[in-house]
Design a protein around this ligand. Structure first.
Ligand code: ZN
Length: 390
C-alpha cells in the first residue's frame, strides 16, 4: 500500500543509507496516524480501502522565490550551494502540500530540475549544449532550439539519487520519481552521431537504466518514465519505443510507470489538441503493446479530453493512473467532476487498478491553482471511496 508502517519506513530509510532517527513526539504522532488509518477510523469513520490511491503526473510549479513562475524553461533565482538548498526547501514545501492535500503517492514535483527532459540531460556526456539545432519537436508541434548529440552518450556520475534519498527521509508515503523516457529524450535532442533515432534511444535506455536502478536503491517505490512522444509517433513506438522503454526499466523490482499525455497546458498544445477532432484515439494503437510490456502502470489524460475512456479496456493487466484534473490554465474542477471521470473509468477497470491522477505535469500553472487542483483530486477520490464502501 502507499503508506509504510514505521518499521517499513525505517527499512526504506536504511536501504537508502540515510542514518536518521525521528524525535519521540514525531514517532508518537506517526503511530497514532498509522493506527487510525489501519483500523479504518478516517474522516467520517470510513475505512480507506486499497483503491483510488491518488498521485500526480509529476511536475509542480516552482515557487516564485526559486525560479521564474509559469515558465517551462524558468531561470533559477539562486546559484551554487544557495540554489541547492533552495531546491530542497521547495521540494519539501510541495511534499508536505501533497501529504496535506491527501495525495497518497508523492513526488518531488520536479523542483530539482529546470525542465523535465533537459534537467536529466544536463548531466549526460556526449551532448553539445552550445550546438543548438532548431527542431520541430513532437512532430513539428512547436520548434525549439535543442542541443545536439555529437558523441556516444554516457552518465559520468549519479544524477538524481541524492534527491530521492532526501525525499525518502521526509515522507512515509509511497514515493514516486519521474524521469524522461528514451523516445521523448530523442525527440528533444538533435542527433549528429548515431544516425538512427532507434540507436540513439537504445543508448539513452542504457544510461537511464543505470540511473533508475540507483533511484530504486535510494528508496523510490515507483519509477515513472515520461513518454508524451508515444502519442505522436505510433509507428516508432511499435518498432522500437516499447523495446527502449523496457530496456530502460530492466531489472527494476519497484513499480514502473509510463506517462503518456497530450502535453502541458501551453498554447501550442492547446492548439494541437483542437486539431485532433472530436475523438482522440492515439492511445488505441499503443495500449495493446503497453499491456504486453513489463511496465506496471500507465498514466493517461482523461479529464476534459476527447479520449474515449473505453480505450482503457485495452490495458486489462495494468494499473491505470487516470488523469482526472486537466492542466490547462482555467477553472478548477469540482470533486463531483473528478468523481465522474473516475466513475467512467470504473466501467472498464476494477477500482483496485484505478489511481486518480492529474492529466499531466502542472509546472506551468500558477502555484495556487496547482495546489487547488491537487486538493480537488484527492476530494474526488474520497467521494469514490465513500461510494464504493457504501
Ligand atoms: Zn504529461
Amino acid at each position: 500500500g502507499p503508506f509504510a508502517s514505521r518499521a517499513q519506513h525505517r527499512q526504506r530509510m536504511e536501504k537508502s543509507r540515510f542514518g536518521h532517527s525521528w524525535p519521540l513526539v514525531e514517532h508518537l504522532r506517526a503511530c497514532w496516524y498509522n493506527l487510525t488509518y489501519r483500523t479504518g477510523i478516517w474522516r467520517g469513520k470510513i475505512r480507506k480501502p486499497p483503491m483510488f490511491h491518488t498521485t500526480i503526473a509529476g511536475s509542480l510549479p516552482k515557487p516564485a522565490w526559486l525560479a521564474e513562475p509559469e515558465k517551462l524553461w524558468p531561470r533559477w533565482k539562486f546559484s551554487g550551494a544557495e540554489l541547492e538548498q533552495a531546491k530542497r526547501d521547495a521540494a519539501l514545501v510541495w511534499l508536505k502540500e501533497q501529504e496535506s492535500a491527501g495525495i497518497d503517492i508523492v513526488c518531488d514535483g520536479e523542483q530539482f530540475r529546470g525542465h523535465f527532459v533537459h534537467g536529466f540531460l544536463e548531466h549526460i556526456d556526449g551532448i553539445d549544449w552550445d550546438l543548438k539545432t532548431p527542431m520541430g519537436i513532437r512532430d513539428n508541434r512547436y520548434t525549439v532550439d535543442v542541443p545536439t548529440v555529437t558523441a556516444p552518450v554516457s552518465r559520468p556520475r549519479p544524477v538524481h539519487a541524492e534527491e530521492v534519498r532526501f525525499m525518502r527521509a521526509h515522507t512515509r508515503n509511497a514515493l514516486k520519481f519521474t524521469i524522461p523516457g528514451p523516445m521523448t529524450i530523442c525527440d528533444t535532442l538533435a542527433d549528429a552521431h548515431y544516425g538512427r533515432r532507434a540507436d540513439m534511444a537504445m543508448a539513452f535506455a542504457d544510461v537511464l537504466n543505470q540511473e533508475v536502478r540507483e533511484l530504486e536503491a535510494a528508496g523510490a517505490d515507483v519509477i515513472q518514465f515520461d513518454e508524451p512522444a508515444f502519442n505522436v509517433f505510433g509507428k516508432d513506438v511499435r518498432e522500437w519505443g516499447i523495446a527502449a522503454l523496457e530496456r530502460a526499466a530492466a531489472g527494476l523490482k519497484c513499480k514502473t510507470a509510463v506517462h503518456i499525455c497530450y502535453g502541458y497546458g501551453i498554447e501550442a498544445n492547446i492548439r494541437w489538441k483542437e486539431s485532433l477532432g472530436t475523438e482522440w484515439r492515439q492511445y488505441e494503437e499503443i495500449f495493446p503493446l503497453l499491456n504486453a510490456s513489463r511496465i506496471d502502470q500507465v498514466s493517461l489524460e482523461c479529464a476534459g479530453s476527447h479520449v474515449p475512456i473505453s480505450l482503457i479496456a485495452a490495458l486489462p493487466d495494468k494499473d491505470l493512473l487516470i488523469g482526472a484534473v486537466a492542466v490547462a490554465p482555467g477553472r478548477i474542477e469540482t470533486p463531483a467532476e473528478v468523481a465522474a471521470t473516475l466513475r467512467e473509468a470504473l466501467k472498464h477497470a476494477d477500482a483496485g487498478r484505478i489511481f486518480p491522477c492529474t492529466n499531466c505535469g502542472m509546472a506551468p500553472l500558477p502555484r495556487a491553482l496547482a495546489l487547488a487542483k491537487m486538493k480537488v483530486l484527492a476530494e474526488g477520490a474520497f467521494v469514490m471511496r465513500k461510494e464504493i464502501a457504501a
